[in-house]
Design a binder for this molecule. Structure first.
Ligand SMILES: [Zn+2]
Length: 339
C-alpha cells in the first residue's frame, strides 16, 4: 500500500482569496497520527481570520477547517484505542509534544509545542486530515451524525469557562448568540445555571430562549446593562468586536468573572475600580485540553446537547462564508464533505 495519500481540499491561495479546489499529498503517516476521512467540518470565525491572514501567521495555500467530524481511515503504528472506521472528531489543535511539562500536567492548550490544525497544517476543508491521536476524539452515538464538529472548537471554547468557573447555583451571562454563544447557552443551562443571553439581534430572542436562556437582553445601551448591575457570577463574551467593557464588568457580582472567549483584536480597556472594589476578575482561554474535551463530549451526549446548524455542500464553501460573514447563519455552518 502506498504511504502517501492524495487529498482533495479547498484552499485560499492568498490573503482574502475565495476558496478553490486544491490537491496535495500527505507523506508517510506519523506513528502517533491518525488520518481522518472527513465527513463534515464546521466553519469557525477563526477560519475567516486565518484566510485573511488577520493574525499574521497564515501559510498559503491555506486549507482551513478545525471543527472536524469523520471516520478513522488510517492509524499510526503507536496509536492505541482507535480502530479503522471509528467516528471521531478534532478541533483547533492537531499536535502537542507529549513530553513537554504542560502536556505532562494535562495543560495541552497551554503548551508552546501545541500546533494548531490550520497554522502551517492543512485542516478539514478537505476529504482527509491528519491529527495526533492525543487530539483525536471518539464521538458517541448520542451526538447526531454530522453535528459534532462545532463542539471541537466553538463548543470547547465556551465549555472551558463554564466547567472551570460556573457553579450550578450561579448566574451566567453570554454575550453574543452565534457559533460559540449558542453552545454556551446550552451548556450553562444543562450545568444548572440561571442563564442570561445578551444579543443585539432581536430576532434571536426566541431561539435563545429555546436553547436554554432564562432571560434574553436585546441591545446593550448603558441603561439596560446598568439595570442588571451586580447580578452575574460569570459573563462569557463570544464577540470578536469590542463592547462597552465597563458596562459589562458592572453587571458582575462581587468576585464575578468576565471571561473572553471571542478573539477581540482591539485592546480591551476598563476602569481598575470595577475590579478592585468587588474583587472581580477578567480571564480568557482558548479551547479545552484533551481530557476536558472528552468530558465535554460526555456531558453533551448525556444532556442531548449538539449545535444548531446549517449545512452546505463543500462545493458551496464560499457561499457558506458569505452567509457567515453577513451574520445570517443560525447558528453554526457545517460543510458536508463526504458523498
Ligand atoms: Zn475555531
Amino acid at each position: 500500500m502506498s504511504e502517501s495519500t492524495v487529498v482533495n481540499a479547498w484552499a485560499a491561495m492568498e490573503p482574502g482569496a475565495r476558496f478553490e479546489p486544491f490537491q496535495f499529498e500527505f507523506g508517510p503517516l506519523g506513528d502517533d497520527e491518525v488520518e481522518i476521512e472527513v465527513t463534515h467540518c464546521g466553519i469557525c470565525h477563526s477560519d475567516h481570520n486565518m484566510r485573511n491572514d488577520d493574525w499574521g501567521m497564515t501559510v498559503f495555500p491555506f486549507v482551513g477547517g478545525h471543527e472536524v467530524e469523520g471516520r478513522v481511515a488510517r492509524i499510526g503504528a503507536s496509536v492505541t484505542g482507535l480502530a479503522i472506521g471509528d467516528r471521531v472528531g478534532a478541533g483547533w489543535f492537531s499536535h502537542t509534544d507529549p513530553d513537554c511539562p504542560c502536556a505532562q500536567a494535562g495543560n495541552h492548550t497551554l503548551s508552546p509545542t501545541s500546533r494548531a490544525m490550520i497554522v502551517g497544517h492543512h485542516g478539514g476543508f478537505a476529504d482527509r486530515v491528519r491529527v495526533q491521536s492525543t487530539w483525536t476524539f471518539p464521538i458517541s452515538d448520542a451526538i447526531p451524525v454530522g453535528e459534532a464538529g462545532p463542539l471541537f472548537c466553538g463548543g470547547a471554547a465556551v465549555w472551558t469557562p463554564i466547567q472551570k468557573s460556573a457553579k450550578p447555583t450561579g448566574r451566567v451571562g453570554v454575550v453574543g448568540i452565534g457559533g460559540l454563544g449558542h453552545l454556551a447557552l446550552k451548556f450553562a443551562k444543562s450545568w444548572g445555571c440561571h442563564v442570561v443571553a445578551f444579543t443585539s439581534t432581536a430576532s434571536k430572542r426566541d431561539a435563545a430562549l429555546a436553547m436554554g436562556a432564562h432571560e434574553v437582553v436585546v441591545g446593550a445601551d448603558p441603561e439596560t446593562l446598568a439595570a442588571r448591575a451586580g447580578t452575574l457570577d460569570l459573563l462569557i463574551t463570544t464577540m470578536d468586536q469590542p463592547i462597552d467593557w465597563d458596562a459589562h464588568i458592572g453587571m458582575l457580582a462581587p468576585r464575578g468573572r468576565l471571561h473572553l472567549a471571542g478573539a477581540v483584536m482591539e485592546p480591551v480597556s476598563f476602569g481598575a475600580l470595577g475590579l478592585i472594589m468587588t474583587e472581580r476578575s477578567i480571564s480568557g482561554s482558548s479551547v479545552a485540553s484533551p481530557s476536558n474535551t472528552r468530558a465535554m463530549l460526555d456531558f453533551a451526549g448525556r444532556h442531548g446537547i449538539s449545535p444548531t446548524t446549517e449545512h452546505f455542500p463543500i462545493a458551496s464553501i464560499n457561499e457558506a462564508f458569505d452567509r457567515l460573514l453577513a451574520g445570517e447563519v443560525r447558528h453554526r455552518a457545517i460543510l458536508d464533505v463526504g458523498g
